[in-house]
Each structure stands twice: as C-alpha cells, then as structure tokens.
Ligand binder design. Structure first.
Ligand code: ADP
Ligand code: MG
Length: 271
C-alpha cells in the first residue's frame, strides 16, 4: 500500500452553471471500510468521484486523504492516482482495440502520466511493456479474472460486458491502491453477473483497501458495504446501515420520488 488511512470529505461543493451537482457533502471512509453511495440519477454521485480524482475542479470543500493528510482536491488526476486512489468508470473505459494485457498495463505506469491521463480522458493510449509491469498486470488479472488471464492477448473489445468490467478492476488494482472508487460497477448487468461482480469486489476489498462504491441496486450495495450514504440533488439525505436507510421515509420518497408498497422492492433491485 502506498498510503493507508481514512478519507474525510467536508463541505464538497460543485456547480455546473446553474446546476448544483454537489451542495456541501460531508462523507467519511475509514481504513479498510467499504461505503456505498446511492441516489437517483443526477444526484451528484459521479461528480463526487470526478471532483475527488481531479477530473473536475470543486468550488469548495476538502477531501483529506491518508496518513499524510493530503487534500485530493488540490491534486491533478495522476497525482491522485500516485497518492493511492484508483477508480473505475460508470461507462467502462478500456481501449477496445488493444489487448487485455495492454489495458491492464496502463494501470502499472504510475510514472507514465500520459497513459493514465489518457484513460481518464477516454482517449486511446499506448501501453509500453516491461517485464516487471507485465508480471504485475498478469497477477492482477489472475486475481480478479482468472478466466481472462488465460488469454491476455485477446482484444478487450471482444470480451463480454462483465469481463470488460473485470479487466477494468484489474487495471484499477494493479497499482496497489489504498482507496478504490467504483462507479456503478454492475450497471447493465443481469442478476447473475451482478452477483459475480459483487463477489469480485468483496475479494478485492479483502486485500485491505478502502472502497467507495456507487450503485443503483441497494441490495447489492448492502451485500458489500458496512455503511450506505444516500445523495439527492447533491445533498446527503441519509447515512447508516442498510436496515435503517432502506426504511427511511425521506429516502423512500426522495430516492424514488413517490410513495407506494412496491418501493422497497424497487430500491433493492434498482429496477
Ligand atoms: P449521478 O452520477 O448521480 O447520476 P452526476 O454526478 O452525473 O449524477 O450529475 C449530477 C448533476 O450534474 C446532473 O444534473 C448532471 O447533468 C450535472 N453534470 C455532471 N457533470 C457535468 C458536466 N461535466 N457538465 C455539466 N453538468 C454536469
Ligand atoms: Mg453517475
């Protein structure tokens, strides 16, 4: 681990023109803790990650991370990565025309800022090879995706959606991060794939990282996270254990925008 410890976000604020995507969010993640973030579309979840990883600048607030007390909001994306924070994207960002191994190798190159930056920007990139990096990439692949590791030279674009997500996981952990940010890792997956991906995430979390996972499906989050934070219109409207959050009337009403008996089920399945 480069840097272990806690994350403490205070008063995180971000506006896009007239839209307040984040309106003063406070959030803590402890060392080795998995915290779930849920909320309706447009509630600011992805913006939370984009601000934390230097992709969009915050208007106010701080995100104090790790033993050194670094404020992530003051860092460029590659510096956030170097500080031991890694992420995946709501829309998987791999280079479909490159091999699985080359895609994972991008995550090895902490020093190769252009590679990592190109990933964040969604641009094609060239992963260069060295044998130590290849070994680490293969280890990461075997850890999260043993089936894919058997054919590391397949093009990423040929893989199933769930396997592409696993390659993204491998790329995210190959740098041995201490904090992993996962943005809707099971979006678009069927119930069986969702369960398999949940198993993969649990396995990754057991390595001892802190994990912040955004997800629509509350039952899925509940199976992973010790604590759940609920956002609505850029504000934190609830926080706590699954049992408390799922029955919170403010959550039921705000998260789904209306009341009814079917709400709990909708909340659990995300459908
Ligand atoms: P969520 O991930 O919870 O669905 P987002 O964080 O993507 O929500 O978006 C929160 C709000 O901020 C939305 O109204 C969205 O349209 C707006 N938003 C997000 N990113 C940008 C951007 N780069 N430019 C303008 N508006 C944005
Ligand atoms: Mg989002």
């Amino acid at each position: 681990m480069k840097q272990s410890g806690d994350l403490e976000i205070t008063n995180l604020t971000k506006s896009f023109g007239g839209v307040r995507a984040l309106a003063g969010v406070d959030l803590k993640v402890g060392a080795r803790e998995t915290v779930g973030v849920i909320g309706p579309n447009g509630s600011g979840k992805t913006t939370l990650f984009n601000v934390m990883t230097g992709i969009v600048p915050a208007n106010d607030g701080s995100a104090i991370w790790g033993r050194n007390g670094t404020d992530l909001l003051k860092l460029k994306p590659w510096q956030v990565f170097e500080a031991g924070v890694s992420r995946t994207f709501q829309n998987i960002r791999l280079s479909p025309g490159q091999s699985v191994l080359e895609n994972v190798l991008v995550g090895c190159h902490v020093a190769s800022r252009t590679s990592w930056w190109s990933v964040l920007a969604g641009l094609p990139h060239v992963g260069h090879r060295d044998s130590a990096a290849c070994d680490r990439a293969m280890d990461a692949l075997k850890f999260v995706a043993s089936g894919i590791a058997a054919a590391p030279h397949r093009l990423a674009g040929e893989l199933s959606y769930a396997d592409r997500r696993r390659v993204e996981f491998a790329r995210a952990i190959v740098s041995d991060p201490a904090l992993l940010l996962l943005d809707e890792p099971t979006a678009g997956m069927n119930p069986r794939e969702t369960e398999e991906i949940a198993d993969d995430i649990r396995k990754i979390a057991e390595r001892g990282l802190s994990v912040l996972v955004i997800e629509h499906k509350m039952k899925f989050v509940a199976s992973l996270a010790q604590r759940i934070v609920v956002l609505n219109f850029g504000r934190k409207i609830a926080e706590g254990a699954y049992e408390n959050v799922r029955s919170d009337p403010v959550v039921l009403e705000s998260y789904l925008g209306r009341k009814g008996d079917h709400l709990t089920q909708k909340l659990e399945t995300g459908m």
